[in-house]
Design a protein around this ligand. Structure first.
Ligand code: SAM
Length: 346
């Protein structure tokens, strides 16, 4: 390496090109290239182009880009998936990220295209990206069956990948009943029943989501049933439970809404009941992990929090003995217990 090459700012150059790499991954996923290569490989560019109905020259460039990014292997016989592409990029794998990648392409990419306006105006750019102002984030997702299915698949892929670490971060065996508020497809709920066989788990989510939850049947290894209940956690009665769960819910909402929700949970909790929060917990400087810090740029009305911020927030609603576990997976966990009724006031 020559002296001048040693001065190349490779981190900055990688960031400059990062959007091209993301888009190459998104398009290869959308065109189901990794699915075709999982079924049969090695394949050359002509075979793949014929199968997916794309141009040969474009397909070859995209395949080479994926090989350059380490997603595919290229040999004189053709292209094959890497092990990691088989596991995470093909759409049928148990731990597939395909759903989240499609959500990133179809939803987050258009939003981030308007990041400059988002920063100038301090607001989410739905109107610029999709031609309509957001009243409620989830109303938007659930207005069309296609967008709802895509959003649920995205949530499912991350929930499934993180469920075991979230469920085992603390020993939850003392809880006989749990209710996953905003539990979506039930991915975490099913994992809980697998790890704690005596635990009865309920998923509580909006009616549109519950109506669609049967599209996300768990694999046969999940034998215990999960109960699905539809309702609005801001306005309806919550199912009774010893353990309430909020996974990736708090970061979406402004303080006023969080006040309503935590107040409600705290009121139905008996002393000794608990609340488990699953979120990416920021470090105290709030610059790590970058994934969570970057997610804030989508400008929902909510925010990502540090461990001490979660502790403070939960204490305000009568929760105590807060413990935080950084799991090393995409979601961390915060567990806290309800104090006796007389000793707190929100
Ligand atoms: N907990 C799941 C996870 O970690 O993958 C899903 C997280 S997703 C970001 C938020 C969930 O909250 C969605 O399933 C959404 O439908 C649900 N939700 C939003 N508003 C709700 C409300 N008012 N009442 C009940 N559920 C709601």
């Amino acid at each position: 390496v020559s002296d001048s090459a040693a001065k190349v700012p490779s981190k900055i150059l990688d960031l400059m090109d990062g959007f091209k790499a993301s888009k190459a991954l998104f398009v290869a996923s959308k065109l189901k290239m990794f699915d075709h290569l999982k079924k049969r490989s090695p394949l050359n560019a002509v075979d793949i182009a014929n199968e997916i109905g794309t141009s040969v020259c474009g397909t070859e460039r995209l395949l080479d880009a994926c090989a350059a990014l380490g997603l595919l292997e290229k040999t004189p016989q053709g292209y094959s998936n890497t092990d990691s592409a088989n596991t995470y990029l093909a759409s049928d794998g148990e731990y597939s990220l395909h759903g989240y990648i499609i959500h990133s392409n179809d939803h987050l990419w258009p939003l981030f295209t308007h990041l400059e306006s988002a920063v100038k105006e301090g607001s989410r750019q739905n109107h610029r990206a999709f031609g309509k102002k957001t009243e409620d984030l989830f109303n938007d997702y659930y207005q069309s069956q296609e967008v709802k299915q895509r959003f649920m698949a995205a949530m499912h892929s991350i929930a499934h990948l993180t469920a075991r670490d979230v469920a085992t971060a603390f020993d939850l065996s003392e809880f006989k009943t749990a209710c996953d508020l905003g539990g979506c497809t039930g991915a975490l709920a099913h994992e809980l029943t697998q790890i704690y066989p005596h635990m009865k788990v309920t998923v509580f989510d909006l009616p549109e989501v519950i109506a669609n939850s049967s599209c996300f049947q768990p694999s046969e290894r999940y034998t215990a049933p999960v109960t699905f209940v539809s309702g609005d956690f801001f306005t309806d009665d919550l199912p009774e439970a010893d353990l309430y769960i909020l996974s990736r819910v708090l970061h979406d909402w402004p303080d006023e809404k969080i006040h309503v929700l935590l107040n409600k949970i705290s009121t139905v909790c008996r002393p000794g009941s608990a609340l488990l929060v699953a979120e990416t917990v920021l470090d105290e400087q709030k610059t790590h992990p970058p994934r969570a810090v970057l997610q804030s740029l989508s400008m929902t009305e909510g925010k990502q929090r540090s461990g001490s911020e979660y502790k403070q927030l939960l204490e305000k609603y009568g929760f105590t003995n807060t413990q935080i576990k950084i799991t090393g997976n995409l979601l961390d966990t915060v567990l806290c217990f309800k104090k006796s009724q007389s000793s707190w006031h929100a």
